[in-house]
Design a protein around this ligand. Structure first.
Ligand SMILES: [Zn+2]
Length: 295
């Protein structure tokens, strides 16, 4: 790994970037009804029409409780070669354990894992197969948090969403005895809560960190990349795209007014963005990192 991993302290929280690897997804699916002539100006597709995607988790250390929260954990290593080729999984660029250790942390240090949702590129790092082929938990002490409505969806997915939930991701979480189901607006502790959106999948929770007069929102799959800031740019993967449209408008209005920072999980070029609203249109202020919070 030869990438920069940033960190910043805001109030009682220190935030650390955890790059867990790169992969590629179909560009058409990533931009829904937007034609390729438009999205291809924003991002370059490969010969299979795939675009590069980050899997960037956020580690949050709280000085007030001593807890160490990890938000999502990437695609993991349980893939066979066929899937790795389809998604061009790249753990040379970066990986979960390497990024944790870069910041001086080991898996057993993590006390809480907040899952935005359980699609395979968000929770695959929770477990791995050891050399004997036995499934093991990566974070032996961590409590897992998922919303009630999303947990129901993951256990009984519809036929269109089923391909995003893998048994070897979901079952060990279910059987761990360490799962806590939470509701919309759950408060993990003072200054760390979550905001639930339902367009991409039911019960996706976006962690919100408020400290030192700053608001940081983990954008997850509400805004996978900075290119998804304009309202009609919505993923074909979303289960309820019109719901996403309403949720984006509401959240982007608040973000533009209050100067929120969005931490970008999937944007391969932008770690952090802010949003401006001019003439009823939203635009992204790009090229930011966690360092831009320190003022
Ligand atoms: Zn997703």
């Amino acid at each position: 790994m030869e990438i920069d991993l940033s960190q910043v302290t805001t109030g009682p929280f220190t935030l650390y970037t955890i790059e867990t690897g790169r992969f590629r997804l179909d560009g058409g699916a990533m931009f829904g009804v937007v034609p390729k002539t438009l999205w291809a100006r924003q991002v370059e597709a490969d010969d299979k029409n795939r675009i590069p995607m980050a899997m960037r988790s956020l580690l949050v250390h709280s000085e007030q409780t001593g807890k160490l929260y990890l938000i999502d954990n990437g695609i993991g290593t349980k893939f066979d070669e066929k899937y790795e080729a389809i998604y061009q999984v790249d753990h040379q660029h970066s990986n979960l354990l390497g990024s944790l250790s870069h910041h001086g942390f080991a898996p057993r240090d993590i006390t809480d894992i907040i899952f935005t949702h359980l699609h395979f590129d968000h929770c695959g790092g929770t477990t791995f197969y050891d050399e004997q082929g036995v499934l093991q938990h990566t974070f032996p002490r961590a409590r897992y948090y998922v919303t009630t409505s999303h947990w129901e969806t993951a256990r009984h997915p519809n036929a269109r969403e089923k391909a995003s939930f893998f048994d070897d991701n979901i079952k060990p979480i279910q059987e761990s005895g360490r799962l806590t189901l939470v509701e919309d607006g759950h408060i993990y502790e003072e200054g760390l809560s979550s905001l639930v959106v339902n367009g991409h999948t039911l019960g996706q929770q976006l962690p919100v960190i408020k400290a030192n007069q700053q608001t940081v929102v983990f954008a997850a799959d509400l805004l996978p990349t900075a290119s998804h800031v304009p309202l009609p740019w919505i993923m074909g993967y979303d289960m309820r795209p019109l719901r996403t449209l309403e949720e984006k408008e509401d959240i982007l209005n608040r973000a533009a007014t209050e100067g929120w920072f969005f931490f970008m999980e999937h944007d391969s070029r932008n770690e952090v963005i802010q949003v401006d609203k001019k003439n009823e249109k939203f635009t992204a202020r790009t090229g930011l990192t966690l360092d831009d919070l320190a003022d």
